[in-house]
Design a protein around this ligand. Sequence first.
Ligand SMILES: Nc1nc2c(c(=O)[nH]1)N[C@H]1C(S)=C(S)[C@@H](COP(=O)(O)O)O[C@H]1N2
Ligand SMILES: [Mo]
Length: 261
Amino acid sequence: MVKKKIKKPLTVQQKINRRTFLSFGIFGTAAVGGVLGWRWLYNSPYEVKGITGNQRIPLRRALNKTELAVRRFLYNENHLVKTYPKAMASKNVRVNSDIGIEAEKKFDVAAWCLQVKKPNGEMLNVTLDELRTLPKTEIVYDFKCVEGWDQISYWGGVKFSDFLNHYNLHDQAQLQYVGMETPDKTYYVGIDMPSAIHPQTIMAYEVNARPLPLEHGAPLRLIIPVKYGIKNLKRIGTITFSNTRPRDYWAELGYDYYSGL
Ligand SMILES: Nc1nc2c(c(=O)[nH]1)N[C@H]1C(S)=C(S)[C@@H](COP(=O)(O)O)O[C@H]1N2
Ligand SMILES: [Mo]
């Protein structure tokens, strides 16, 4: 006869001990894994400087993969960013950084005009007065900066998609990216076309229903609520269109190129 080994039922204390042991085991493995993963990441080489730069290769790869997943499964041009009543908008809109619009660099707002470079090399020049004749779009939303602050603010200007339609830039709208640079070309951003033509993306010439002050990017800035602050370029000088990623100030310094919310 084969003797069956009978397992004695565990006592409550034994059960607790086993649980504790398991929990610590799992926690410990995760912790060690985390530390090793971190060490691995921080021993990985940096990417070759190009459109993006200054980032460890695996992390950049992850950022780019996340972008693809977001664009494929999460991004929806009909999905609108939350808006607020005007009364909730901050009266003193924070001024964050001023690359390309530094006060000591004298800037003549009256002499400004927007330069739109078409892929065929043709140049379209648009004045602020012309832009003001287009339908005005206003938005009150929570502006978010990657540095960890956010603020409800109220902007007014021309919807980017209205601008493209009005100037017959339909062929340009078929391309994958929009590039924007300050007139002095020291701050620049690249925006994927779906985000650029999102119904809440505007080129703003007003904040709190008043003309944009210099420090907020007078006479015209980008307000793109589906992106972090870094993409909201102040003082647009030139606009370009392309199928490759335009240069981007913060992406070159290691930040996510997409920087979506
Ligand atoms: N030309 C220019 N645009 C810019 C910046 C800049 O330094 N220069 N900073 C960006 C960042 S990081 C943020 S958070 C917002 C801040 O906009 P605000 O100063 O109007 O609040 O502008 C963005 N646009
Ligand atoms: Mo920012």
